[in-house]
Design a protein around this ligand. Structure first.
Ligand SMILES: Cc1cc2nc3c(=O)[nH]c(=O)nc-3n(C[C@H](O)[C@H](O)[C@H](O)COP(=O)(O)OP(=O)(O)OC[C@H]3O[C@@H](n4cnc5c(N)ncnc54)[C@H](O)[C@@H]3O)c2cc1C
Length: 456
């Protein structure tokens, strides 16, 4: 049996990051079943025809050129005592150390009809190719369930392809984990203006049909009918009249370690800040782990590539003997809603209040360039601070220009425990094409407003 210094289960962003940092230093095997790991974040833009699908496929050389063996197979079980993994092919491999980086699968609730044709999640190469084929073969209607970033990006892409699109969410506003109601409302206006029907405060209760999904039943009593559309056929096995795509979150992929002594909780494998599991020489990183929120210290959802990669970087350092710790999720993230960019980080007011924080919130508004410049766009920001400590605990941005740099700046303030007073002292830059006038900066203005409230 071949033995490796390190076996990595999973070839997504977490597995690739580890490989790139460690493969020259130890004998590594990366195991993943699929032909290609994808640039998942770009999948909606492949549907939209903005990017050629092949550009989304990561090259095997990312792993092999780094010096690791890439094994296309599925791990079906792990024997932690004998330190071996069993593969679907029947082969076994031995390890000295094991990293589980098996990611997460889209959550499709097991309601009546969830297994009908035309009901799917959106993550894999197969999902991408199936959806593309249906569209190419005349698909006319899609229901996207979940108005988070992925659901909204996908709804726009499907609309762009000429489909009749309905976006459904049980929350009362879109992007509920990213922003508060004000910026959500601005995003919703864009969605509705572009002829996507938005149905909020509605839960999909059951799906009905014979072979394929024909009716979507909501708990509001509404039944969305797909049966009236012309059938769309790819081959003998794939005929539908409409698509129902669940973008309602993900569940860690841990089927191959169920029932073992590995400690697993709701959000995934429990790890400490060095990414160690409860089993010696077994580590876990990425979407398959349960970790805590940076601010609250409580277990938190954090299924983002921008969390998976830093976790893997921390583990790589530890495995190289350079002690490092992962401090927790802050979950800075962003999306694009037609011509607008929306981002958020830390806690929303609602999330903070649910956790018992007494919060102060403030808004500021400026333009992305000097207001006298022809192409300036609006830029709005909301900051959230803890009334007791004055520390910044969240921030959100809505703008006509990309927002990730501002999101990251607020994230950094949170990471460093900055208060509203610290942000008032932010030393900023200004230039007609790239910022508001030197007279003001959105972060400073919002921080000043927080202080004014704290002092009143
Ligand atoms: C449509 C979409 C858009 C997204 N947009 C963003 C975004 O804009 N920003 C962002 O930060 N994040 C985004 N994400 C989330 C991001 O893709 C994930 O957080 C990230 O891929 C997690 O990386 P990972 O390596 O932990 O897991 P994954 O990327 O899921 O990789 C897991 C790997 O493990 C393999 N595996 C699983 N089980 C086994 C087994 N038994 N044996 C062998 N191999 C196994 C899988 O096949 C896969 O190769 C998006 C996700 C999707 C689906």
């Amino acid at each position: 049996m071949t033995k490796y210094d390190l076996i990595i289960i999973g070839g997504g962003p977490a597995g690739i990051t580890l490989t790139k940092r460690l493969a020259k230093k130890m004998k590594i095997a990366v195991i993943r079943p699929e032909d290609y790991s994808l640039v998942y974040c770009a999948m909606p833009y492949v549907i939209e025809d903005l990017i050629d699908k092949r550009k989304c496929f990561k090259k095997d050389e990312l792993i092999t050129d780094a010096g690791a063996d890439l094994i296309r197979d599925l791990v079906t079980s792990v024997d932690f005592k004998s330190k071996t993994v069993l593969l679907q092919s029947g082969n076994s491999l031995a390890y000295d150390k094991l990293v589980i980086a098996s990611g997460a699968n889209p959550f499709v609730p097991k309601i009546e009809g969830y297994d009908l044709k035309g009901v799917m999640g959106f993550k894999t190469q197969d999902d991408l190719e199936l959806m593309t084929s249906y569209i190419e073969n005349g698909l006319k209607k899609a229901i996207v369930v979940g108005a988070g970033a992925i659901g909204i990006e996908l709804a726009q892409a499907l609309k762009h392809k000429g489909l009749d699109v309905i976006l459904v969410d049980m929350a009362s506003y879109v992007l509920p984990n990213l922003v508060g109601p004000e910026f959500s409302q601005l995003a919703a206006e864009q969605i509705v203006k572009n002829d996507i029907r938005l149905v909020l405060e509605a839960k999909v209760e059951k799906l009905k049909g014979k072979d394929f999904v024909e009716e979507v039943h909501l708990d509001t009593g509404e039944v969305i009918n797909l049966g009236d559309y012309k059938p769309c056929t790819i081959d003998d096995n794939h005929t539908i009249k409409g698509l129902v795509v669940f973008a309602t979150g993900v569940v860690p992929e841990l089927s191959f370690v169920q029932g073992t002594e590995l400690q697993i909780e709701r959000q995934g494998i429990v790890v400490n800040e060095r990414m160690e599991t409860n089993i010696l020489d077994v580590y876990a990183v990425g979407d398959c782990v349960q970790f805590t929120h940076f601010i609250t210290g409580q277990p938190s959802a954090g299924k983002l590539a921008t969390n998976a990669v830093p976790m893997a970087a921390v583990l790589a350092n530890n495995l190289l003997g350079k002690p490092a710790t992962y401090k927790g999720f802050i979950n800075g993230a962003a999306t694009k809603v037609y011509d607008n960019y929306v981002g958020g980080t830390g806690l929303t007011v609602k999330a903070a209040q649910n956790l018992g924080f007494d919060v102060v919130k403030a808004y500021s508004q400026a333009t992305t360039q000097f207001p006298i410049m022809p192409d300036k766009k609006d830029l709005r920001i909301k900051l959230v601070a803890d009334k007791k400590t004055h520390k910044i605990i969240g921030g959100q941005i809505f703008s006509g220009e990309p927002v990730t740099t501002l999101v990251d700046l607020i994230t950094f303030a949170i990471q460093k425990g900055a208060t509203a007073h610290d942000l008032v002292e932010l030393s900023y830059s200004s230039q007609p094409y790239q910022s508001f006038y030197p007279a003001g900066n959105v972060i400073v203005m919002a921080a000043e407003s927080i202080i004014a409230q704290l002092e009143s």
